[in-house]
Design a protein around this ligand. Structure first.
Ligand code: SF4
Length: 457
């Protein structure tokens, strides 16, 4: 039944403040939250005192995430007391995990909205104004956040969600609990979004999912037994005119099948970079983490990827001090890191996260020991990153200019490395230039512009 325009809820208009915590998935959702509010005539502000709506898009993965949230909510309480029309919204993974507890602990919160309910945001805000506190923590995604209007951070780069949720059960991870089982987005919808983005001037897209390479396993195509798989999706996106760079994050090593490697190698717009999370080099720890591969297999996959795409840059995630990790286990991680020669690594000290299996495991490693191991790993990885970067000195690299800084510009290579170079003429973010690499540090490169007309696009 359709409702008449008079019956449609009219959310408040004015100004909003949005704070985002956590990963790319949350940043992507925040672009949608901002898009919904702005489509409703609201404008962003940076100070809660100027806002009529404050939204915290929360993360349940980071340490002390809940303490930080309640601290932030506590700061808003006097504002809410002074202005009962202020609407306070808690969205994201902590909202999905803690549900009713949030309004129990902070009764001045108007709306708790989980990860699957974003399309209901304006409606919930309106209902909170009329009927008091609201909560929607439904368990299943019906409308992909990507289908909602977006207020994007960048005019030339965009995230495109291809799947939400995850069917794995890594023992340190809260994602399956707060994002649910994997649900893939129809390939036609993904392509339509990428084509629409290209029309607005976007040249780089990052395909986003918790485990991108199992894309499509939960779907069937009408009239066909075959499901659209990640390799097919990469090839299809590679055909979209005016998209010059395609990235994706994150794959699970176990599902990184030869057809995906082939599709990457054959698709000229797919960048030569892969994020390939190792987590630990110890087979005993990988087992306890419920990661479905072992270190030798991981190194074997890496070899296959490098054989097919020799110039590929590889980054990874590593957790140090997982419960039960012995000195020998940690030495295994050091050994695998030395062999794998990662260009970059995101390294984390393990800390128990409520709601995860590992959070209640015995044998938690003492903090001091974790710190010592972590410092050794960081020192080793910095040395490797610097050596990988030094190997690029003298090479010509295509850069997408991302930002301007003091007296210089910053661009990113196809291998996802940041390059600083001197400002020249009227170059602006979003342009492509070529640079010759002249220097290398562990976390960035230095370059000189190649001064040929054809090097600026
Ligand atoms: S594959 Fe990634 S998202 Fe899924 S449970 Fe493991 S760490 Fe979490």
């Amino acid at each position: 039944m359709e409702s008449s325009p008079e019956a449609m809820p009219q959310p408040p208009s004015g100004r909003y403040l949005l704070r985002t915590f956590g990963c790319q998935m949350n940043e992507h959702d925040s672009e949608r939250i901002a898009g919904l509010l702005e489509a409703d005539g609201m404008t962003p502000v940076t100070d809660a005192a100027d806002a009529q709506i404050v939204v915290f898009n929360t993360c349940a993965i980071r340490e002390n995430a809940d303490n930080k949230l309640y601290g932030n909510l506590g700061h808003l309480r006097p504002l809410k007391m002074a202005n009962p029309d202020l609407r306070i919204v808690v969205a994201g993974c902590l909202a999905q995990k803690d549900q009713g507890k949030i309004q129990e602990r902070a009764p001045w919160v108007d709306v708790v909205i989980g990860t699957h309910a974003l399309p209901e945001l304006l409606d919930l805000i309106q209902r909170a104004a009329e009927d008091g506190p609201q909560m929607d923590v439904r368990e299943y995604t019906e409308i992909f956040p990507s289908a909602l209007p977006a207020a994007r951070e960048s005019a030339f780069k965009a995230w495109v969600s291809i799947a939400v949720g995850c069917d794995n059960s890594c023992s340190f991870c809260i994602v399956p609990l707060v994002r649910g089982p994997q649900k893939s987005r129809p390939i036609g919808d993904v392509l339509a979004e990428v084509q629409g983005l290209a029309r607005t001037g976007v040249t780089e897209v990052t395909l986003l999912g918790q485990n991108v390479n199992t894309y499509g396993r939960d779907m069937t195509v009408p009239g066909s037994a075959r499901r659209p798989l990640f390799a097919d999706l990469l090839r299809a996106v590679n055909e979209v005119e005016d998209i010059r760079r395609i990235r994706f994050t994150s794959p699970h090593p176990h599902d990184f099948t030869p057809d995906v490697i082939e599709a990457m190698a054959e698709s000229s717009r797919v960048c030569e970079h892969i994020h390939f999370p190792l987590q630990s080099g110890s087979d005993a720890v990988l087992k306890a983490m419920r990661r479905s591969y072992r270190s030798q297999r991981y190194l074997g996959w890496l070899e296959q990827i490098r054989a097919a795409i020799p110039e590929i840059a590889v980054s990874t995630d590593i957790i140090v001090g997982f419960p039960g990790e012995t000195d020998e286990d940690f030495e295994e991680t050091m050994r695998v890191v030395e062999q794998a020669r990662f260009d970059a690594a995101f390294m984390f000290q393990y800390s128990p996260r409520p709601g995860t299996t590992a959070g209640t495991m015995e044998d938690q490693v003492p903090k001091e020991q974790v710190q010592q191991r972590f410092d050794r790993l960081v020192a080793l990885q910095e040395q490797i990153s610097r050596a990988c970067n030094e190997a690029l000195i003298g090479a010509r690299q295509e850069l997408l200019i991302e930002a301007g800084g003091k007296g210089g510009l910053q661009g990113r290579t196809r291998g996802n490395k940041l390059v600083h170079f001197d400002h020249a003429g009227d170059l602006t973010p979003g342009m492509f230039v070529d640079a010759r690499i002249t220097g290398a540090e562990a976390h960035y490169l230095k370059g000189d512009l190649v001064r040929e007309a054809a090097s600026v696009r």
